[in-house]
Design a protein around this ligand. Structure first.
Ligand code: ZN
Length: 209
């Protein structure tokens, strides 16, 4: 069985390659399986996968760990990438922001990955966007839950503009409202790498964006 975690090392593709292009992050991981009682994982090789930014398409190493008790393998992702996407998270977020402002998929596709390295199709951007919208409600609820856990006293659900009859776009507005509060709790400044690269290091795997 294979799992993955996203940890905050490698803020950018460039810094990740510099630090970990050849060298495994020097961290110790425990097995996430409760029955393994925090057993320390063994180092377990690496594999390579593509990461695409606007102007570059590069193979990067993904380091793995292995639990000798249950046999699970954990792959560690840098925070600029999520397992199912080839394009870095900041670029995907830029596409989402442009779509929120009403740009067409066709127009967005021309600015996300340079045609010089193969570009990206409008269909792919549309697929990302639909996946994003399908998930935004559940992820928002998770973020609201964390804020309440941190002692947020505002009635966060009430601040969802249209309440129970909301449209997806209302939920998107609410999501960005929650995100601003969330990053403040961590004194994280989203101006450098956006919200999603940061949030993905915290989210459960099925809620990552
Ligand atoms: Zn285990």
């Amino acid at each position: 069985m294979c799992k993955n975690r996203i940890l905050p090392f490698g803020k950018t593709l460039k810094s990740y390659l510099k630090e970990h292009g050849e060298k495994r992050p020097n961290i110790s991981l425990c097995c996430p399986d409760k029955s393994c009682k925090k057993r320390t994982l063994y180092k377990h090789g690496r594999y390579y996968r593509w990461a695409t930014t606007k102007y570059q398409c590069i193979l990067i190493p993904i380091y793995r760990w292995y639990c000798p008790l249950c046999g699970k393998t954990i792959s560690l992702f840098p925070n600029f990438l999520i397992p199912w996407a080839r394009v870095v998270t900041t670029s995907r977020e830029a596409a989402f922001n442009r779509r929120r402002k009403g740009d067409s998929f066709e127009k967005i596709s021309k600015s996300i990955v340079s045609p010089a390295i193969g570009g990206i199709s409008a269909t792919t951007i549309k697929r990302w966007w639909n996946r994003y919208l399908a998930q935004i409600g559940r992820t928002s609820i998770w973020v609201a839950g964390r804020l309440i856990h941190f002692g947020e006293e505002e009635d966060l659900l009430r601040l969802h503009s249209k309440g129970v009859n909301s449209t997806t776009l209302d939920t998107l507005k609410w999501f960005y409202f929650l995100l601003q509060k969330y990053v403040q709790k961590f004194q994280f400044n989203p101006s450098l790498m956006g919200y999603l690269s940061f949030l993905n290091t915290h989210l459960p795997a099925d809620l990552r964006l």
